[in-house]
Design a protein around this ligand. Structure first.
Ligand SMILES: [Zn+2]
Length: 626
C-alpha cells in the first residue's frame, strides 16, 4: 500500500505485539501457540477468532476476516490504512518521515554534543578537588565510588557561571545552552547563569547511553532538594527511565525490571546486586515508561514506599490500567498483567516497602535480603487494585456492595487474560459474597458492549459489514493446497513460483495472492500491508493460520515441479509443431530451420515421456501430492 516504505512498516510490526493489541479489545486465551477469543466482527458463542503472534496475524474461522495488526485496527476502529499506520506508529514510538523536520537531525546532534561536553565537565568536577562536597555526600549516603563512576555521576561547582565559561571557551552560544536546559536567561536585564550550582548531578541517558538531561541533588538543606533539567528537544518528561541503559542487560537476562522512584534508590539497588533496577524520575509512572520496559521484559515490579508518594504512584498505575482503555493509541491495559505465560505478556506487580522505608534506607538498614524478600512478596497489580476498590466501598451496606460489585465487574471486563480474570472474579466474589459466575457473566457483557460499540461511523463507501469470506465462492482444494504450501514453505516459493503461471489458479482471491507472492521478497505475512483488498488479506490470513505438518513438503514440491515442467515442455511441443504446420501450410519448403524445429520437437517429446514415466500420480489428479 502506497505512502509508507516497507522498512517503516517492518519497524512498526517488529515493535508491535498483536496479541497485546487485539487483547486490548477482546479477551484472548492461549491455545497452543495461538490465542483465541470471541470475534469482535461477528456474533459468536464459542471463540473462533484466532491470533498467531509469531506471524503477527489474526483470522476468524467463523466469519473469515483476517489480516495483520494494521488490518485489525482498520476494521475494528474503521480506519483507513494511513490512519492505522499512524496510530500504530504512535503506539510503538516509530517516527513517521513526514513528522521529521529536515534540519531536525542536525539540531538534535548539536544538543547531544553539548550535553556530552557538559556531562564530561561535571564528571571531572566531581573527582577534582572542587568536587569534595559531592564526594563527601556520596560517602555519607554509602554510595560506592565504583557505582558513582558506573552511573557517571557529576558535580556542578558552586558559582553562577562555571559551566557558562567552560562552554564559552568551546564557542558554544548561550542560546544553545538554554535550549539544552543547562543555563537560564536572567529575568532582569540581560545575561545567563548556570542552572545547576553546588549540586550532585545524575546524568539521565537515553537507551543509547547518550546524556539527555540531568537531575541535581542539593547537598545541604537548600530547596528544591531535587532540581531537574527542563524539557528540551532531547528530553521529554515521562518518556525516559533513569538507568535503563545500564540496567538493560540485567533486565533482559532476568526477564524482570524493578522500578523505584529516585536516583539514589536506583543506585543503591544496583550496588546491592539488583542490577535490573530503573527509576521513574518522579512519583508517577507513565505509559511510555512502561512501554519502554515492555520491549525488554515480561515482568515489572514496582517498589512503593508505604507513604503517600507511593500511594499516589500506585493510584496512577491503576488509572493507567483502568482509565485509558478505549483510546486506540494508548496501550496500557490490564491485559498486560497476564502473568508469565509467554514472552510478550506483561506482568506488573507491586511490592510495598515497610513503613518509613524507601529502597535506599531499607538496603542500608537491613541489606539486600530484606529488599529481595519484599520483591518476592510482590503481588499482581490487579489484586492490589481489587483490594483498594473494596476498601473504598462500605461493604456493610447494600449500596456499598452494589457499587463495589459494579466496579469489580467493570474491572474484570477489562482483564483480557482469562485465567487471571477467573482468579480475580473468584476472589472478588468471595469477598463480596456474590456468585462468581454471575460476576463473570456481567464482566463479559460489559466487555462485549465495549468491543462492539462503534467509536466512529464507517466512512461513506466503505462497506465495513461486508463479510470478507463471502466475496468469492470457496476455492477448489487443489488450488487452496497449492497456495497454502506456497505461503508456508520457503522452498516451495523458490522452486515453484518461477514455474507457475497465473492461469494455474482460477480462484480470483488465490490468484491475487499468487500475483503478490511473485512480487514479494520477504515473509508472506508481510504481504498483509501490500494487499489492498481486505478480502485478499483475510484469505492470506486463513492460509497462514493452517496448522499442517509440512514433513513431506519436499516431495510435494518435487512432484509439483515435475508437473509444471511437463506442462511447460508440452506447451513447447505444441508451439513447435504449430510452427511447422504453419510453415507447411504456407507452402514453404523444408528449410534447415524446419529441421531444427523438428529436432527440438522430438527432444521435447522425449523429455516429456521420460518425466511422465517417473511420475507417481495420474495426471488427471490436479491435487498437489501429499
Ligand atoms: Zn468472526
Amino acid at each position: 500500500m502506497a505512502g509508507f516504505s516497507p522498512e517503516l512498516l517492518d519497524e512498526i510490526r517488529s515493535r508491535l505485539d498483536i496479541v497485546e493489541l487485539v487483547g486490548q479489545f477482546i479477551g484472548l486465551k492461549r491455545v497452543g501457540s495461538h490465542w483465541k477469543g470471541l470475534c469482535p466482527f461477528h456474533t459468536e458463542r464459542t471463540p473462533s477468532f484466532t491470533v498467531n503472534p509469531a506471524r503477527g496475524i489474526f483470522h476468524c474461522f467463523g466469519c473469515g476476516v483476517g489480516g495483520d495488526a494494521f488490518g485489525f485496527l482498520m476494521r475494528h476502529d474503521r480506519l483507513d490504512f494511513p490512519e492505522a499506520v499512524r496510530a500504530l506508529a504512535e503506539r510503538t514510538g516509530v517516527i513517521l518521515p513526514t513528522k521529521r523536520e529536515p534540519d531536525a537531525d542536525s539540531k538534535f546532534e548539536t544538543l547531544r554534543q553539548i550535553m556530552a561536553l557538559a556531562a564530561d565537565f561535571y564528571t571531572q568536577s566531581l573527582w577534582a578537588p572542587a568536587g569534595q562536597k559531592g564526594r563527601e555526600y556520596l560517602e555519607r549516603r554509602g554510595v560506592d565510588l565504583e557505582v558513582a563512576r558506573r552511573f557517571g555521576l557529576g558535580y556542578a561547582p558552586e558559582g553562577w557561571n562555571t559551566l557558562l565559561s567552560v562552554m564559552g571557551k568551546q564557542s558554544i552560544a548561550e542560546e544553545q545552552l538554554v535550549q539544552a536546559g543547562l543555563v537560564v536567561a536572567r529575568q532582569a536585564g540581560s545575561g545567563f547563569y548556570d542552572r545547576f550550582r553546588g549540586r550532585l548531578l545524575f546524568p539521565i541517558r537515553d537507551l543509547q547511553g547518550r546524556v539527555i538531561a540531568f537531575g541535581g541533588r542539593a547537598l545541604g538543606p537548600e530547596e528544591p532538594k531535587y532540581l531537574n533539567s527542563p524539557e528540551t528537544p532531547l528530553y521529554v518528561k515521562g518518556q525516559t527511565l533513569y538507568a535503563l541503559d545500564v540496567a538493560r542487560p540485567a533486565v533482559r537476562a532476568r526477564n524482570r525490571a524493578v522500578i523505584v522512584e529516585g536516583y539514589l534508590d536506583c543506585l543503591m539497588a544496583h550496588q546491592h546486586g539488583f542490577d535490573e533496577t530503573v527509576a521513574a524520575l518522579g512519583t508517577a509512572f507513565t505509559e511510555a515508561q512502561l512501554g519502554l520496559l515492555r520491549r525488554h521484559t515480561d515482568e515489572v515490579i514496582a517498589l512503593f514506599d508505604a507513604d503517600a508518594a507511593g500511594e499516589k504512584a500506585s493510584t496512577r498505575l491503576e488509572d493507567m490500567m483502568t482509565g485509558t482503555m478505549d483510546l486506540p493509541n494508548l496501550g496500557w491495559s490490564v491485559t498486560r498483567t497476564g502473568g508469565f505465560e509467554r514472552p510478550g505478556y506483561f506482568s506488573i506487580k507491586v511490592a510495598v516497602l515497610p513503613a518509613g522505608h524507601d529502597p535506599d534506607s531499607l538496603l542500608r538498614a537491613e541489606g539486600a535480603p530484606a529488599l529481595a524478600a519484599r520483591i518476592e512478596a510482590a503481588r499482581p497489580l490487579l489484586s492490589v487494585v481489587l483490594d483498594r476498590m473494596l476498601q473504598e466501598e462500605d461493604l456493610a451496606t447494600a449500596r456499598g456492595r452494589a457499587t463495589a460489585h459494579a466496579r469489580v465487574a467493570l474491572l474484570l471486563g477489562k482483564v483480557a487474560n482469562a485465567e487471571e480474570a477467573t482468579m480475580l472474579s473468584r476472589e472478588a466474589a468471595r469477598r463480596l459474597g456474590v456468585d462468581a459466575t454471575q460476576l463473570w457473566i456481567e464482566a463479559q457483557q460489559l466487555q462485549g458492549a465495549r468491543a462492539r460499540g462503534p467509536r466512529f461511523e464507517p466512512p461513506a463507501g466503505r462497506a465495513a459489514s461486508e463479510s470478507a469470506a463471502n466475496r468469492w465462492p470457496p476455492p477448489n482444494l487443489a488450488e487452496r493446497d497449492l497456495l497454502t504450501l506456497l505461503v508456508h514453505v520457503d522452498e516451495a516459493r523458490a522452486e515453484l513460483l518461477p514455474l507457475l503461471e497465473m492461469e494455474d489458479v482460477a480462484h480470483p482471491g488465490l490468484r491475487a495472492l499468487l500475483a503478490a507472492l511473485r512480487q514479494a521478497s520477504g515473509p508472506p505475512e508481510d504481504l498483509m500491508s501490500v494487499l489492498e483488498d481486505e478480502a485478499e488479506r483475510s484469505l492470506l490470513a486463513a492460509l497462514l493460520m493452517e496448522e499442517r505438518q509440512w514433513a513431506d513438503a519436499h516431495s510435494q514440491i518435487f512432484d509439483l515441479r515435475k508437473r509444471y515442467d511437463i506442462r511447460r515442455r508440452k506447451q513447447r511441443v505444441r508451439q513447435v509443431s504449430q510452427g511447422i504446420a504453419e510453415a507447411q501450410g504456407a507452402g514453404a519448403p523444408a528449410l534447415p530451420a524446419l529441421e531444427v524445429e523438428l529436432r527440438r520437437l522430438q527432444q521435447e517429446a522425449e523429455a516429456v515421456r521420460e518425466l511422465a514415466l517417473t511420475r507417481p500420480a495420474p495426471e488427471a489428479d490436479e491435487r498437489p501430492g501429499r
